[in-house]
Design a protein around this ligand. Structure first.
Ligand SMILES: [Zn+2]
Ligand SMILES: [Zn+2]
Length: 157
């Protein structure tokens, strides 16, 4: 459904709009680190989890990612993640993460995929740990990011 025309418009018009430039600056300032790997000392991108709220995004619609994590987020292997986010947005509303676990919503998503005839829906959300942290870290300040990173490193030692 995402046509080349749409992609073209998104890339040339939308990403260059004043609205987007302002919004992305604000979000980067607020979070100030990559939400996947928690790096701070790098170029940061704002990634759309879904495209349901263009021109009216808030913090729940996007993730701040470093160049590498952003590239990974767009890999073919992870295409379904945006479908999941889009579906969850439509079924449960923008703030579903406030009241539901990713795990239970994902289960419902798989069920739905099967009912639509998809034979091989993805088994699970990718690395649970980082996904939990990802939702936890949303809306936190850079100090909180640093704290979470420290905790994560400590737990891995
Ligand atoms: Zn990263
Ligand atoms: Zn992106």
């Amino acid at each position: 459904m995402i046509t080349n025309n749409w992609k073209e418009w998104y890339r040339t018009e939308y990403l260059n709009s004043d609205h987007w430039k302002k919004f992305r600056q604000k979000i980067i300032r607020e979070r100030n680190c990559c939400e996947e790997c928690f790096r701070e000392d790098c170029v940061l991108h704002v990634h759309h989890l879904h495209y349901c709220t263009l021109y009216r995004e808030d913090g729940y619609d996007v993730a701040v990612l470093c160049t590498l994590c952003h590239k990974k987020a767009h890999s073919p292997k992870r295409q379904w993640e945006r479908r999941f986010e889009t579906w969850a947005f439509k079924i449960y509303g923008r703030y579903w993460r406030k009241k539901l676990s990713s795990k239970s919503v994902f289960k419902h998503f798989r069920h739905w995929l099967r009912s639509k005839g998809y034979r091989n829906p993805p088994d699970q959300l990718r690395e649970k740990e980082s996904h939990q942290l990802e939702t936890e870290v949303r809306h936190f300040s850079s100090q909180d990011c640093q704290r979470l990173l420290n905790n994560l490193q400590r737990s891995q030692q």
